[in-house]
Design a protein around this ligand. Structure first.
Ligand SMILES: [Ca+2]
Length: 491
């Protein structure tokens, strides 16, 4: 018998069991079969007779040819052998069929095994695939859950945004309503403001007619600014107690006075009883070389006037026409006062426009302005010629050329008529005398204001530039400590 194939495992075991069973049945067949038993027992019988040969049947081998038999007993034995052979053949064929069946079974089993293997493999693959799909499914589920969560969040957000937009819309409507209300208020206020503006303009124009705006401030930047100004004050030193309260201006500005004429000093010390002279030069030439009070009577005047003569500086012979030194005299006066003169000859005084005019008619005069600041420094401004035009011309100022160290602050007044509070001849829309608190040949209004308010300390504070200023020396807000304006015939 031949077996081919490499079946292993339980199938192999099944095969071997079947094979063993077949062998076992074969051996049983041998033992029980009387023919075969006889064959096996043959040697026992031959022992009694003679030599005997044995024939072995190998079950594994196919019996295709005649079986070897003892030659000596061929006839007797042929009959038996044929029967046996037939039986064996039947048996063998039966076994062959069984083998075939077994082989088929084995083949089928092998196929089954293969199929099982394949199925297992497939199963494993399927398992892994299922696992993969399961994982994928899980992932999908998680993702969907996330998505649903996001969706829920988005929905919440959208809801919130909608709520907010609704709230804003209502707020906007509220604001619109408020805006409308405010617009109405603003319109009402605009009408009110317009009415108020109109009224204000009316009031302003009325006021403007009454009190014009002040003149432009002096713009000159002085070359020589007095240094080491001791203090800033607007206080007015009342040196001369005589009529001080009445005469002196206060910070709010002096009030104009109409008290008239020059008060002649009773002091005999500086008074010459001689004269009258035409002017101080004539007095000097007459031998009066001391500075002091003299009587002069310019040509064409009805009566002599008292005057202070300066006989010591610049060869002497200077007739003082104005003097400021201590603020003892109020210079805020009217036209008549300025025409006739006022003050104290040994103190502060104004000689009078008419007298100055008459003096100037006598000949060719020159003008000297001498000033002293609060550091006791003296400066001067001299003009090569000087005279006034008559009252019909408003005592117009006529000046020559400037020379000096104080700066030329008077040439801008050249050719101007004299202005007082009650006679406005200046070039300004208002009255310069009102703002500068004096009388002068104002332009619009001026670079010099030597008849202004006497302030102590130099720099002063005031609404207007009303101090005794010389713009080219100290500017419009520096008031001089002392001033003398004098004239003298040209040599
Ligand atoms: Ca004017």
């Amino acid at each position: 018998m031949v077996f081919s194939g490499g079946i292993m495992g339980s199938d192999t075991l099944t095969f071997w069991i079947l094979f063993g069973l077949s062998l076992w049945s074969s051996s049983q067949a041998f033992t029980k079969n009387p023919i075969l038993s006889r064959i096996r027992r043959a040697p026992e019988a031959s022992d009694e007779n003679k030599k005997c040969s044995y024939t072995f049947l190998v079950p594994e081998q196919k019996i295709t040819g005649p079986i070897c038999a003892a030659r000596g007993y061929s006839t007797d034995k042929d009959r038996v052998t044929r029967l046996d052979v037939a039986a064996v053949r039947d048996l063998l064929s039966k076994q062959r069929r069984e083998m075939e069946t077994l082989k088929l079974v084995v083949d089928v089993d092998g196929n089954l095994v293969n199929e099982m293997k394949l199925l297992r493999k497939e199963s494993r693959n399927m398992n892994s695939r299922v696992t993969q799909l399961y994982m994928q499914l899980l992932h999908e589920i998680i993702r969907k859950r996330d998505n649903s969560l996001e969706l829920a969040q988005l929905e919440t957000r959208i809801l919130n945004a909608t709520t907010e937009s609704l709230r804003l819309a209502s707020r906007y409507r509220e604001l619109e309503a408020r805006y409308a209300a405010l617009s109405a208020v603003v319109n009402n206020q605009s009408v009110l403001i317009g009415a108020l503006e109109e009224r204000c303009m009316q009031l302003h124009s009325r006021r403007h007619e009454q009190t014009p705006l002040g003149p432009p401030l002096v713009q000159v930047v002085p070359e020589n600014i007095p240094v080491n100004v001791p203090r800033f004050t607007n206080e007015i030193t009342r040196v001369n107690t005589r009529g001080a309260a009445r005469e002196r201006g206060s910070r709010s500005g002096p009030s104009p006075t109409t008290s008239s004429t020059i008060e002649v000093s009773k002091s005999e010390k500086n008074f010459s009883s001689e004269g009258p002279f035409r002017d101080c030069l004539e007095a000097q030439e007459a031998g009066h070389t001391n500075s002091g009070m003299y009587l002069i009577k310019p040509d064409e005047t009805e009566r002599p006037v008292q005057v202070w003569c300066e006989q010591n500086i610049d060869n002497g012979g200077w007739t003082i026409i104005q003097r400021r030194k201590d603020g003892s005299v109020n210079f805020f006066r009217n036209w008549d006062n300025y025409k006739s003169g006022f003050g104290n000859i040994d103190g502060e005084y104004w000689l009078g426009l008419e007298s100055i005019y008459k003096l100037g008619r006598q000949g060719d005069y020159k003008l000297l302005v001498e000033m002293e600041d609060w550091m006791d420094k003296k400066v001067y401004a001299q003009y090569s010629s000087f005279h006034l035009e008559p009252e019909s011309e408003g005592y117009r100022l006529r000046l020559g050329t400037y020379q000096g160290n104080a700066g030329d602050s008077l040439s801008s007044h050249n050719g101007k008529q004299f202005t007082t509070l009650d006679r406005d001849k200046d070039a300004f829309s208002g009255n310069c005398a009102h703002f500068h608190k004096g009388g002068w040949w104002y332009n619009a209004c001026g670079q010099a204001n030597l008849n202004g308010v006497w302030y102590t300390g130099g720099v002063y504070r005031s609404k207007f530039q009303d101090g005794i200023f010389w713009a080219d020396y100290g500017g419009g807000f520096y008031s001089m400590k002392s001033v003398r304006i004098m004239i003298r015939p040209i040599d």
